[in-house]
Design a protein around this ligand. Sequence first.
Ligand SMILES: C[S@@+](CC[C@H](N)C(=O)[O-])C[C@H]1O[C@@H](n2cnc3c(N)ncnc32)[C@H](O)[C@@H]1O
Length: 166
Amino acid sequence: MYDAFAENYLAHARDGVFNALYDRPAVLAVLGPVAGLKVLDVGCGPGLYAEELVFRGARRVVGVDASSRMVQLARRQVAGPVAFHRQDLQAPLSWAADGEFDAAVMPLVIHHLDNRVAALREIARVLRPAGRLVISTHHPTETGLTMAAATSPWRRSANGGSGAGR
Ligand SMILES: C[S@@+](CC[C@H](N)C(=O)[O-])C[C@H]1O[C@@H](n2cnc3c(N)ncnc32)[C@H](O)[C@@H]1O
């Protein structure tokens, strides 16, 4: 599903208020310094986190995402000590050794997964003991509000006016 939205996601998440001024700063602040660390970027999307982690001095960043288009964009966007793999997070990270990562971020991904336990178990396996994992997700009301806005007769019509009464 994310293949179809990959370009749009990159365009809005790079500078959009929610991603650029709220989610990324908050997650990276909780994560703390990454200089010299090997970091797993779980559900990396088009690589906006990976780019920042490299900028902040991570020794290596490995991004994984189920969407081949997202992985393609990430490979194009981010230079430096990075690798991106196509990976469904509900399947084992069989290419990764136990404890090989110092830290991991999983921003705005967990609500897409049906089998969160399997994904978190694998992330725990590949993190070193006391390694850090920072997760972000949407507020639970957001999906409901978005759906309500999309189906409301009051939504704005394509010509810019209110849809009400048309
Ligand atoms: C909202 S985007 C977040 C991207 C990135 N973490 C960021 O914050 O910019 C959600 C990402 O989760 C990925 N995703 C959804 N389900 C997945 C799964 N089962 N396995 C791996 N990635 C998945 C999507 O392809 C998409 O890139």
